[in-house]
Design a protein around this ligand. Sequence first.
Ligand SMILES: Nc1ncnc2c1ncn2[C@@H]1O[C@H](COP(=O)(O)OP(=O)(O)O)[C@@H](O)[C@H]1O
Ligand SMILES: [Mg+2]
Length: 274
Amino acid sequence: MDHKTKITLRNVGRIFTGANGEKIEALRDVNLEIEDEFSADGRDVGEFRVLLGPSGCGKSTILRLIAGLDFPTSGEVLVNGVRVTGPGSDRGMVFQKYTSFAWLTVTGNIEYPLRIKGTPAAERREIVSRLIQAVGLAGFENAYPHTLSGGMQQRLAIARSLAVRPQVLLMDEPFGALDAQTRNDMQTLLLRIWDETAATVLFVTHDVAEAVYLADHLYIVGPRPGAIIEDIPVPFPRPRDQGVKELKEFQELEAHALARLRRAAGSGQVRVTI
Ligand SMILES: Nc1ncnc2c1ncn2[C@@H]1O[C@H](COP(=O)(O)OP(=O)(O)O)[C@@H](O)[C@H]1O
Ligand SMILES: [Mg+2]
């Protein structure tokens, strides 16, 4: 087994200053280490880690620190062993709010980060067409984002974030605005794409079932100040389909995660979908 540390958070704290000058301690002593694992035959298997916690516990702040959109007040954040000093194409980010460019078509949006990077046109076309197939947007190449459903817009955002093949994909409640059925479909689609990319995914949610379904490790984030209070390994084999949610073991793990969240100070707003 070969190991390489992809993401390290060491004693990370983040204190914000509120509108009235008050100090808001969003994170205290957050420690996290995500190692890139390889199978016995040398294949990069990728990691799928989920941060689960109530609203306001600091999940988005953790992602923003790794993305390089914000910086810690104490401790350090490393990606591939190097301290994060700003955003980079080694890290992609997908937000809950659809963030595609309204004036660009589906093709134009996915192609955009490749243009920035200077990828030659022929290669761009090939990557874009492969991603459009992978996320099921064939036939919508020339459509503008506002003409697409919420689920399709999120598929577009995922395709765009994958275009430059980031080693790390940061996803902040990306399916939070979708209806239940679309959300389930998107979870399964995401797992399928992730399996092919071998990227390290760090996915934020406050939905317990979503967290257990997606994760190979589930980090419970407790509030005030935010900290990772438990690391729960999720043993279900892959590929996983939605049927795994019906298993007794799945529901037991879900109940365990929920109980852990409830024991953490202040229960916040945790969505239960059993
Ligand atoms: N820019 C900011 N200025 C002041 N307070 C902030 C800022 N960003 C986040 N916070 C506060 O930090 C805490 C954690 O926020 P956040 O990371 O968004 O939580 P989550 O994503 O888990 O809902 C909250 O109390 C929030 O109000
Ligand atoms: Mg958030």
